[in-house]
Design a protein around this ligand. Sequence first.
Ligand code: GDP
Ligand code: MG
Length: 179
Amino acid sequence: SSGADSLYRVVLLGDPGVGKSSLANIYAGTQEKDANEHRGEESYERTLTVDGEETTLIVMDTWETEKQEQAENWVQDYCMQVGNAYVIVYSITDRASFESASELRIQLRRARQAENIPIILVGNKSDLVRCREVSVEEGRGCAVVFDCKFIETSAALHHNVQELFEGIVRQIRLRRDSK
Ligand code: GDP
Ligand code: MG
């Protein structure tokens, strides 16, 4: 297949402090940031080989803007429109962020109604076992209700981060191949 066919935008959503930028930075590895840094935008492009096939993901850590003012709305609307896949992140140590994740899922469904876009719900900070406020079962249950995939990660320990991005690639391919 051509290169253009295997280039996908993946947007990170979630409350401040849940670990979006940490996950994006692990994804980016040693690669340089994109030139698109105006308006606080940050996106990272990398090609992964998953199951013997190459796919390029542009991971967009653009949900939180520097200026939390009028500009924010259109940036967030833009994020809701441009993703080929979404990663909704909460922290397992922060119940409010888990509730926000549900709201984001609803917002996304509203913005992209008829489309069957891959979405992965991510419970990050799984290393902080003693501060856990959201159980694995609750996370998994939420993903069932919202008809999306689920994974717990630890950006701090790099645990399941590779698996997260490979999972996105597989979800994208499943939808592509069923067309
Ligand atoms: P963002 O606001 O969603 O982009 O979150 P950041 O990536 O900036 O992370 C917020 C804070 O949480 C930082 O101090 C990170 O070092 C910390 N953090 C992120 N992921 C993890 C994790 O998996 N485990 C632990 N213990 N801390 C984390
Ligand atoms: Mg951030």
